[in-house]
Write a protein that binds this ligand. Structure first.
Ligand code: SAH
Length: 267
């Protein structure tokens, strides 16, 4: 479901806009129009700051990025701000990195709007997995190689309900491309779990950092070299791609060696 709208008595309106992975020209035209018409924009760290230059003079910008490492309090504050600005009758844009519906806490914000009977719509965006695949020059699904692409997280919130955590044994499938968000810190452990489930040590693995941005970097290796690659990429926004589909990445055109790094200048 890419677009949801419902009627409401309140005058305000919230548009969730996917900002894309970072490059300012990877937002959709619809998302750009929403930004141009916005009266209030709530934005955070990953949503490209360059995009805010498209807003009209007089637009109110509200920064709601991570504060003092206290995630849940910040999320409650964001929820409250969304409702408060919409209740003032404003056209509110909630700008989110990538696609709003992928690891973006969109579900929580929607619940709050529904409870407050505030109308909203969702404008999709280019999610990091797709941007990372594009950067590496690969296809996430591929006939005869990968019939499944899985988006999962390597970082789970501590208050995760029992039974809802990532089941790595169920995800270990040779015909799948695994796209791991927020996974660099735990990649060594994830690789071990996948190996225990029978995923071959020489399965190709890519870590794409800052996909689509000028400082984009692609690290290529295998499941066996995962921990070493992850240590290099730690603390950068990185997307991990694991599976045979990753074998055709750009770096594999040149020379041999299981680990190499290429940095692309922005075009
Ligand atoms: N809604 C976003 C994901 C938010 S979770 C989306 O659809 O892309 C944040 C995680 O996304 C980061 O930790 C990283 O794993 C990934 N990510 C976001 N932007 C990225 C980028 N430009 N390059 C690589 N990974 C990125």
């Amino acid at each position: 479901m890419s677009l949801v709208m419902f009627q409401s008595s309140s005058a305000g309106f919230v548009t969730f806009v996917g900002a894309g992975p970072g490059a300012a020209d990877l937002i959709t035209l619809r998302g750009l129009r929403a930004l141009q018409q916005a009266e209030v924009v709530l934005h955070d760290d990953l949503a490209g700051r360059d995009l805010l230059e498209n807003c009209r003079p007089g637009t109110e910008f509200v920064y709601v990025g991570k504060r003092s490492g206290c995630h849940s309090a910040a999320q409650e504050e964001i929820n409250w701000l969304l409702v408060a600005h919409a209740r003032r009758g404003k056209r509110v844009v909630r700008l989110k990195g990538g696609d709003p519906s992928v690891f973006g806490r969109l579900g929580e914000e929607i619940q709050v709007l529904r409870a407050a009977e505030i109308a909203y719509e969702i404008v999709p965006g280019v999610t990091a997995a797709c941007a990372a695949a594009a950067a590496a020059g690969i296809s996430l699904t591929q006939r005869g190689v990968a019939s499944t692409a899985i988006f999962t997280t390597g970082h789970e919130s501590e208050n995760k309900e029992r039974g809802r955590s990532v089941d790595w044994s169920a995800l270990a499938h040779p015909g799948a491309t695994l796209c791991v968000y927020m996974g660099t810190r735990r990649l060594g452990e994830i690789a071990q779990r996948l190996a225990r489930q029978g995923i071959a040590a020489d399965t190709p693995l890519l870590i794409v950092s800052y996909a689509s941005r000028p400082n984009q970097a692609i690290r290529a290796g295998t499941l066996a070299s995962a921990a070493a690659l992850a240590a290099e990429a730690e603390d950068t926004p990185s997307l991990i791609i694991i599976g045979e589909a990753a074998a055709q990445h750009r770096a594999s055109f040149a020379g041999t060696g299981s680990v190499r790094e290429i940095a692309h200048a922005s075009r």
